[in-house]
Design a protein around this ligand. Structure first.
Ligand code: NAP
Length: 336
């Protein structure tokens, strides 16, 4: 059976996922699209061989009986409305991160899903599907390098657009390390601290780049995250976990290392699309297979809620220059 997907938001990642759902993932086809800019949605639809219906609104798309499941790739502040509408319609929803931009909005989604009595939402934290992160978790789980003590992480972007703010370094960049830390250690974050190192000369006045973020996990592991978003040389995601008797780290380069004339070189990806292309493919195949089988998989609304709460605390830590404890509501049974 082919799963008919409606995509809300036809910007950069929306177009990326439309291509993926049409040409990479098996068992899916995009039958409907919408965007706040209907002209853009139409232009995107017109380029596809199997032209989808263009809806004037996301709500209309969700109510389309020819849409079996919904992918939300619009601007973050619009996610709550579409995810809640998807739940109300009883349809599976894949929502790009963030699940929603405030703690309260995430809680409304949790409450709606709990009232529906089953998981209907999956959040796009695609790093959980990256082969290297998965192998890292497997190595650590085997236990032969001892218990984890610390993780050093770095998230470096070559550049960001002019509208990118210091808050977005937490909400849009470090949010991925926040999710990875929770997933990697099967643990919640107890407190967050944000340090502001010397400002890069590439960062405009008032823009705090880079940031150094400390995540204290409830079980005692400490994760330091360097976030540097004007680093120029490429998109570089680093990670090393220090355990009691060994370490495990992500590879330096996704491709081969070439040694020649006394030097060695490897490729640095240009952006997140290149670095995590395979992870997105695997993530969507897993989601489509699960939805086709009448269930869902992947990061849940609880994971989306936890990430947003941690980001809120991170923003407070950035503003106050203080360590901020993270307080969440009790985890509902639906997300056990
Ligand atoms: P983008 O290029 O700005 O695309 C967002 C699209 O949604 C735009 O076409 C925007 O139109 C449209 N939109 C805004 N309000 C809408 C509404 N009310 N209804 C329907 N469409 C609406 O942004 P993007 O880079 O694709 O990011 C989209 C989402 O994906 C964000 O939540 C972002 O955080 C997430 N994302 C995740 C990853 C990842 O690594 N997992 C990477 C990139 C992005 P206008 O431009 O006219 O406002």
């Amino acid at each position: 059976m082919t799963l008919n997907i409606g995509v809300i938001g036809t910007g950069v990642i929306g177009q990326n996922h439309i291509r993926r759902l049409g040409h990479v993932v098996s068992g899916t086809r995009v039958t409907a699209v919408s965007d706040v800019d209907t002209g853009r949605a139409q232009a995107v639809a017109d380029k596809l061989s199997d032209i989808p219906t263009v809806h004037a609104t996301g709500q209309e798309l969700i109510n389309d009986p020819r849409v079996d499941a919904v992918v939300v790739t619009s601007w973050g502040p619009t996610h709550e409305e579409y995810v809640l509408a998807g739940i109300a319609a009883g349809k599976q929803v894949f929502c790009e991160k963030p699940l929603a931009t405030t703690r309260q909005a995430c809680e409304r989604i949790l409450d709606a899903e709990i009232a529906a009595g089953r998981r209907l939402v999956s959040v796009g934290f695609m790093r959980r599907y990256d082969t290297q992160y998965r192998e890292m978790k497997d190595v650590m789980g085997r236990g032969d390098i001892g218990a984890p003590l610390m993780m050093h992480a770095a998230h470096r972007n070559p550049s960001v657009p002019d509208h990118y703010t210091s808050d977005m370094i937490i909400n849009d960049t470090v949010v991925h390390e926040i999710d990875i830390a929770r997933w990697m250690f099967d643990d919640e974050i107890a407190a967050i601290t944000v340090l502001t190192p010397r400002r890069s000369s590439k960062a405009r006045e008032g823009f705090n780049d880079p940031l150094l973020v400390l995540l204290e996990m409830s079980g005692g592991v400490v994760v330091d995250v360097e976030a540097a978003v004007t680093i120029a040389y490429g998109y570089d995601v680093r990670g090393e976990i220090v355990c009691e008797s060994g370490t495990v780290e992500l590879s330096e380069s996704p491709g081969p290392i070439v040694k020649r004339a006394g030097q060695y070189t490897g490729r640095v990806p240009s952006d997140w699309g290149e670095r995590f292309a395979d992870a997105f493919d695997i993530e969507f195949q897993a989601w489509a297979d699960a939805v086709g089988a009448g269930t869902t998989t992947g990061p849940s609304s609880w994971d989306g809620y936890a990430a947003t709460v941690a980001c809120d605390a991170g923003l407070e830590a950035l503003r106050t220059e203080r360590r901020v404890p993270i307080v969440m509501r009790d985890r509902p049974d639906l997300y056990a």
